[in-house]
Design a protein around this ligand. Structure first.
Ligand SMILES: [Zn+2]
Length: 295
């Protein structure tokens, strides 16, 4: 799916006619790791058109095109102000964001999107399975982390959501970002992939979605069939053209260690990144299935 709905474009024009827009934050979400995830992180260029603008523990990636910006993921509600500041610190204007892409609909990756959408006027894109939960701010009831009758996992809803099919493309200017469905961690998980070129060299960037087998108590990956989905999705990610791997939690692409090695070429370029990520995810699934067999 490409392009934008006319209504949203019209709304964006009206907003920009009113002049400077400020970020109105939504209420912070409280969770055990939230404060540590939300520590500030200096923004940096990953390669070419691709910039890291997230927090210390939650990825948010800015992609520059010849006609506007694309943002991938928005952290917690309290991350939005940090992401906004990081984008500005790089010299970009958040109001130039034309599209916001979602990896998976969990509060720690979509919590800040409502505020970032208000700021930018951008359309928000996710999978068909992810679009319903994103629009109401509640997990899908077939999400492994869903707890019936609980407020846990709720997040600010996103009003204008565009569903992208598997293999669909979101385009801004001449930049194409392709959606690859990788369900398992959530029913609507998407991996996004695009090209980054610099100095005559082009690389395939993969923002691979989480593949971790984490759930609410009592959920079984075996009986639900979600284990099979995770295994299939790991295979899909391992097979992608992949020179630069990014994922929703920067720990899983070794951000800090790589930043320390930046004087030795570009440590983010590694065409084994996706395969190694898939293998470590399969180990996690295997450990989880082992635990389920013994209970
Ligand atoms: Zn998650």
């Amino acid at each position: 799916m490409t392009g934008f709905r006319h209504g949203a474009v019209f709304a964006a024009l009206l907003l920009s006619a009113c002049g400077e827009r400020a970020l109105e934050p939504d209420a912070a979400i409280v969770c055990d790791p939230c404060d540590s995830w939300n520590q500030p992180q200096d923004p940096f260029r990953v390669h070419g058109n691709t910039w890291y603008v997230g927090t210390d523990g939650l990825s948010s990636v800015l992609i520059e095109s010849d006609d506007g910006l694309i943002l991938v993921d928005g952290g917690l509600p309290q991350s939005a102000a940090l992401i906004d500041a990081n984008i500005r610190a790089l010299g970009f204007d958040p109001r130039d964001i034309k599209a916001i892409l979602v990896s998976h609909v969990h509060y720690d990756h979509v919590g800040g999107i409502s505020a970032l959408q208000r700021l930018s006027g951008a359309n928000v894109f996710t999978s068909i399975a992810g679009s319903g939960p994103l629009a109401v701010g509640v997990l899908a009831d077939d999400d492994p982390q869903y707890i019936a009758g609980s407020d846990e996992g709720h997040f600010p809803p996103v009003r204008e959501v565009v569903a992208v099919e598997d293999g669909g493309v979101v385009s801004v200017g001449s930049l194409d970002v392709k959606a690859v469905y990788t369900p398992g961690h959530t029913p609507g998980s998407i991996t996004w992939t695009w090209q980054s070129c610099a100095l005559g060299q082009c690389y395939d960037v993969v923002y691979a979605d989480s593949l971790s087998a984490v759930s609410a108590e009592g959920f079984r990956f075996t009986d639900s069939g979600v284990a099979d989905k995770l295994i299939a999705s790991a295979g899909i990610i391992a097979d992608l053209d992949c020179d630069i791997l990014l994922v929703p939690h920067p720990f899983f692409f070794g951000m800090d260690a790589k930043l320390e090695r930046r004087d030795q070429g570009n440590p983010f370029i590694n065409n084994l990144g996706c395969v190694l990520y898939a293998e470590s995810s399969l180990d996690w699934v295997e450990r989880r299935l082992e635990a389920e067999r013994s209970h």
